[in-house]
Ligand binder design. Sequence first.
Ligand code: FAD
Length: 474
Amino acid sequence: EAAKKSHDVVIIGGGPGGYVAAIKASQLGFDTACIEKRGALGGTCLNVGCIPSKSLLYNSGLYNRVKKEGAERGLDIPGEVKPNLGNIMKQKDKAVKQLTGGVEMLFKKYGVKYYKGNGSFIDEHTVKVDPIKGGEEAVLSAKNIIIATGSESTPFPGIKIDEERIVTSTGALALKEIPKTMTIIGAGIIGLEMGTVWNRLGSKVTILEFQKSIGGAGMDAEVSKNIQKILKKQGLNFKLGAKVTKGTRNGDTVKVEYEDGKSGKTESIDSDVLLVAVGRKPYTKGLNVEKLGLDFDKKGRVVIDSDYKTKVPHIFCIGDCTFGPMLAHKAEDEGIAAVEYMKSGFGHVNYDNIPSVMYTHPEVAWTGKTEEQLKEAGVEYKTGKFPFLANSRAKTVQDIDGFVKFIADAKTQRVLGVHIIGPNAGEMIAEANLAIEYGAFMRGHLQSLPCSSNAFRGLQGRCHDCLWQPNQFL
Ligand code: FAD
């Protein structure tokens, strides 16, 4: 007989959206439970996404730099520097274990009840837990329920994933040997990051992309062109406009057939490993949501209103399984906002200011609008750009590829977007987030202030010294 329990809030899914929502709910005084079927907390991000990929990117990057630039940077390296894949993977696994274990500790600390198993709806207020190893069977009733079940890799029609030779990002994060050759379908962020890892470790990597540019739809076109050149110099081979038609495994090789973007002819590539990285799709299998009659859009995302409420007002949905960019910090912020709505009726996520980072070297990071988005929306804008080539620190450390680009409204000068290719772009972008959040103006504007003061205050749009306001003379 399953144990019957009742909670104020039950959260299904223990990824960045779910676990952050659970901790916040508990902090706000709700009796909270979180159901996770993976056997570890942290979701895609901590187990098979952000964290393991960043570990492999960092360690492969270190190896690559020491090998390629060590001598030039004044290091005496006796013998050859070699990657030890077994140890690189161990290091990655250790990071994942520590971090997922850390979330479990936080659950204990904040009194979140953790159910190990698959959660599915019995009715609008009741969720059943089918336990996995170490879990308990339970029937939970709840005043509020949050669906935070995340996403999964989008399959490629006709290509069968075996996570050994034909892999998704999950398999690409756990290869047992360094492939001599790797083909990747999809030049989005995951494809480019994983391509970078294996290229650095010695694989010959070819990326097939259906679009004419890399980086996915969210990347500014100028940034995309520039980073493509840089990655090409590093050894990634791009075939853009390539339409993949087939991918089959024959023993230890995988053959991919595609229509070449330029000639229109059918070409093929054989490689040791094929990575299918054509995007991710919302995951709501096994939840039994059909029973509740929730709405889904064409992409399979759970339809919610601006308060994260589904059609059933006490059932919320956040993170990868609903609208918006599939990013961990976006899921986390939504987790907090959804719980705040429950508590007080107010919560907030600024969708115009969500940073994205691609952890290649140099890193690529951006927030706010791209030039293309502004053109499409008919907003007049101006740009300001500075290359790292002309930056003393970048020159000193011989890391000169890339630039910082600001985009501001042509009339009000308010910063609308910031796009960076460069060393540590992923950290620098946080300043741009602050600038946009507090309504900062592009610096060029200061030169046209009526006073010569630099004491310009973005937040309220006034100069500290002369109290001049930007709109005053427009
Ligand atoms: P998820 O993390 O997918 O978590 C959902 C959880 O719900 C899963 O653990 C699943 O097991 C569980 N679940 C599903 N159904 C049920 C059920 N019925 N019962 C119980 N449990 C269930 N984002 C970034 O911001 N930065 C990065 O650098 C980055 N790198 C990435 C690299 C890779 C290779 C991948 C694949 C993704 C990366 N992402 C990155 C994206 C990020 O991982 C996701 O946006 C984030 O994990 C979404 O969080 P979530 O909580 O919505 O869903």
